[in-house]
Every structure is written in C-alpha cells, then in structure tokens.
Design a protein around this ligand. Structure first.
Ligand SMILES: NC(=O)c1ccc[n+]([C@@H]2O[C@H](COP(=O)([O-])OP(=O)(O)OC[C@H]3O[C@@H](n4cnc5c(N)ncnc54)[C@H](O)[C@@H]3O)[C@@H](O)[C@H]2O)c1
Length: 450
C-alpha cells in the first residue's frame, strides 16, 4: 500500500506490518541529546506543543542551570525554561533516559577540525551513548549538520552496535535544524522541516513526529538528499555573503554606495536576493557547513568546488582586510597606531547574539593589538572577550566607549542613528552602514555574518 504525503509517496507495507505489534508505553515522547542553541529550542518547542520531553547533555553546569530554570542560550528566557519545567521538561546528564523515550533527537555540535575538515566526533559520540539504551520501535532523528552519507553510514553503524538493525528494529531520519539565532520570528514551529529517512517507514515516522510541533514538513527521498539540502542552503548564503564582502572591499574609497546599490537591485521582483557587507562571515554554521559540502564533493562526488574554495579563502582573509582598512584610516586621520584607543562595537558573530564562535571581531582585534593599538569593546550581550590571553576592556555603554576612544569601529549593532555621536572621536568606521535599509527589506535578506 502506498500513501502520498506532502511531497512524498511512501510504501507503507512495512509500516503497517510493524504497527501490528503493540506499541510500548514510554515515559517520554522525545529525548533530545545536546541542549545547546538547537537542542534547547527544539526541546522547548516540543514541550510547548504538549510532548513529554527529556533533555540530555554532557555538560553538568548546563544541566544545573536548566534545572534551576536558568537559560543558557540566546533567544530563550528564564521564563521559557521555567514554563517548560512546569510542563514536565527535565534536563539530565544520564543517557539511559533514551530507553524510556519513543523518539530520540541528536542535536550536538559539528565544528571543523583545526585543519578545516568536518568533525563528526560529537555526533558519533552521541550515537555511541544512545546505542546501549535504544529500544526496538524507537525513532532516531539526527538534526546536527553533517557531511553527506553520515546518517546512513557511521551514525547508523554506531547505533546498530551489533544489537538492533536500523530500518527494521528502529527508524532513522536526518531532519536538519534551521534555527536562526537572534531572529525571534523564525520559530521551530514556523520554519518548514525537511525530513529524509533511511527507508520509507523511517521517513513517514519522521514526518509524523515533526508534524506534532512543526507546521510544514517536507519529506525527501533519502537521508542523503536531506543532508545535501541543509548544506546547500547554508552554502548559498555563505557564497553570496562572501561575494558581497569582496565587492564592498574592492569598491571602498570610490563614490559608490554599495548598500544603496544592493537596495536598488532588490527592487527587482525576481531572481535577486540581497546580502549586505560586513566584517566577515562568522558563527557555528554559515562559514562551517560549506566545508562539510566541500569534503562530501571530494569523497563522494566528482571533485571539489572551485567556487567554494575561493569563497572560503576570501572569508578567511576578510578580517585582515578589515584590520588593514582600520589601520589605513587611522593613518589618514593622523592618529598614531601605537597606543591608539580603538573601540569595537558588536563582537558577536552577528547582531543580537551572544555567540562569538568564529566571530571576525577576534582576528580583527588580534591584528590591531599586534599593530600596537589598545582595543576595547562594547556589546550588550557579550560580557567578555579574550584574545590570545589578553582580556579586552569592556565599556558599559556605546557612549562610554565613544567618549574614551580615538577611533570607533562598528562591526555589528543597531542603527548608527541611535548613537549620539556628539563629541565623537576623530574616527568612526562603520562596517554596518545604512542598517536602516535592512529594516525595510524582506526578512529573508542576508545580513552578513548570519
Ligand atoms: N546554532 C545554530 O544557529 C544552528 C542552526 C542550524 C543548525 N545548527 C547545527 O545544529 C547542531 C548543534 O548546534 P548548536 O549550535 O546547538 O551546538 P551547541 O554547541 O550550542 O550545543 C551542543 C550541545 O551538545 C552537547 N553534547 C555534545 N555531545 C554530547 C553527548 N554525547 N551527549 C549529550 N550532550 C552532548 C554539548 O555539551 C552542547 O551543550 C550543529 O550541527 C549545528 O551545525 C546550528
């Protein structure tokens, strides 16, 4: 028997056969492994939709904070945690809770290794932790971004661990998270979810699970298709942001307002999506995921992408280009760099987040320090910046920073109009000019660094 659902048609024969076995009673509808940006938001959304949720994390401090009703990520308030606890949410470090859960979601980190290769260690580690507790009939959903073939390859193998067989004893899907930190409008419920299983039964079970708390679920034919979809969307963003950063650097010093030109191009009702220049593309995902795609193309495709290699190189070089621009403007303003007080506004990887992973602010600060400047910062969310063992002074407000610096550089931040630049320092370098334009554009615009 075949059933068409959303975008996919599924062979339900195995599913219906499996349904003839009585379903187990579970303590939890879902166990979420990894309670960082992705996992915690997912856990709270599922809880809000009425699912019984247990969260599992290796970090005991994080478990203690959540248990006390304290938030650990941007965009989640203490009140959200407290409300979830009232609804029965529990955070624990004990992976055995998996044995009492109908569904298990893996949402652990997937960074790059020091030499820029995909690092799947945390995902494999999570699968290894789950395996001894996995029960027949469970559904496992991998949400962490991975190289193509990881779900149906090493993750499947690790979960099976000589006992259960994926596709027969438990279902397995890849269902990538698309959270957009700092953007309260992109909720887990409202952003459509792509789901691809190792077989039709898995896909159908994944679709049914996500339909309980996500409004639109889009099934695809395989885990590999879903893995590529995730890598593709972030790579698209990365390449476009990198191009616009190069364009802005190349045209700096001319009388062309690049942001105004981008806004003008955006009036075209089709075929163009605006991206805006900034100090460099940072964060845990956008500059990282293209390297997962590159590695997949190298190992399973017909060769790597030259476009991706060039974009990666350009983004690695971007902070240095920005530092040199700052130093050159200091020289033009006759401010000696040795001992110059340079204040950075906004050190998160993008506006509205306290996350500093891969933030261009760090290499920029490092280069300015190496040139002899004294670097300080203001950021309403980031409380501490350590650059190669040196802790930068933090100002308590933009005005305090402006009043005490020779040069001010806005890396991220709200509209320059809101800064009272009366009595401003001799030099103000704005790497986020015309932010006011962004507000008038559709929410899908690619403000750099996101
Ligand atoms: N942050 C984002 O904006 C975003 C958006 C979309 C997708 N993603 C992807 O989602 C995944 C998770 O990202 P994140 O930003 O939430 O990561 P994170 O680093 O914020 O959180 C990961 C958590 O997993 C925990 N963990 C690691 N191994 C564990 C294990 N074996 N058992 C239990 N807990 C374990 C860590 O202690 C940590 O708390 C990544 O693959 C990322 O690329 C992230």
């Amino acid at each position: 028997m075949f059933v068409t659902h959303g975008q996919g048609t599924f062979d339900m024969t195995d599913y219906n056969a499996a349904r003839t076995q009585p379903e187990r009673e579970h303590v939890w509808d879902v166990a979420v492994i990894g309670l960082g940006y992705v996992g915690l938001n997912l856990a709270l959304s599922a809880c809000q939709a009425g699912l019984r949720v247990v969260g599992i994390d290796r970090d005991p401090t994080l478990i203690a904070e959540l248990t006390r009703g304290r938030t650990v990520v941007d965009g989640v308030d203490d009140a959200d945690i407290e409300s979830a606890l009232t609804r029965g949410f529990r955070a624990t470090g004990d992976a055995s809770a998996v044995s009492e859960s109908a569904t298990v979601v893996i949402a652990v980190q997937t960074p790059l290794t020091l030499d820029g290769r995909p690092d799947h260690q945390a995902v494999i580690g999570a699968a290894r932790d789950i395996a001894p507790h996995l029960q027949p009939g469970a559904l496992v959903c991998l949400e962490s971004t991975v190289s193509i073939g990881t779900t149906d390859g090493p993750v499947r193998k690790t979960l099976e661990n000589g006992k259960l067989t994926a596709g027969r004893d438990f279902a397995l899907v890849f269902a990538p998270e698309r959270i957009n930190p700092g953007d309260p409008a992109s909720t887990v419920a409202d952003v459509p979810r792509v789901v691809g299983g190792i077989n039709d039964v898995s896909t159908m079970r994944g679709v049914r699970f996500y339909q309980r708390f996500v409004n639109e679920v889009h099934p695809v034919a395989s885990t590999r298709e879903a893995e590529l979809a995730k890598l593709l969307e972030n790579t698209y963003r990365f390449v476009n942001l990198t191009l616009i950063n190069e364009l802005a650097a190349s045209l700096a010093g001319t009388d062309i307002d690049v942001n105004a030109a981008i806004q003008a191009a955006s009036t075209k009702p089709y075929g163009f999506q605006p991206f805006f220049p900034g100090p460099g593309v940072g964060g845990h995902c956008i500059p990282v995921d293209p390297m997962f795609l590159q590695s997949s193309l190298e190992t399973m495709g017909n060769g790597s992408s030259g476009v991706l290699a060039a974009a990666h190189r350009a983004n690695v070089e971007r902070p240095s280009i920005v530092s040199k621009q700052i130093l050159s403007e200091l020289a033009s303003a006759a401010i000696p760099v040795a001992g110059a007080q340079i204040g950075l506004i906004g050190v998160g990887y993008k506006e509205g987040v306290r996350d500093t992973r891969n933030s261009p602010a760090f290499p920029i600060a490092l280069e300015l320090l190496a040139a002899g400047a004294v670097v300080s910062f203001f950021d309403d969310l980031v409380k501490e910046v350590v650059v190669e063992d040196a802790m930068l002074d933090r100002h308590s407000s933009v005005m305090e920073l402006v009043a005490s610096c020779d040069a001010v550089v806005r890396l991220q931040g709200s509209s320059a109009d809101s800064f009272d630049l009366h009595g401003a320092p001799p030099l103000f370098i704005d790497l986020r000019p015309r932010q006011d334009l962004f507000a008038r554009l559709p929410r899908t615009t690619g403000v750099a660094g996101t």
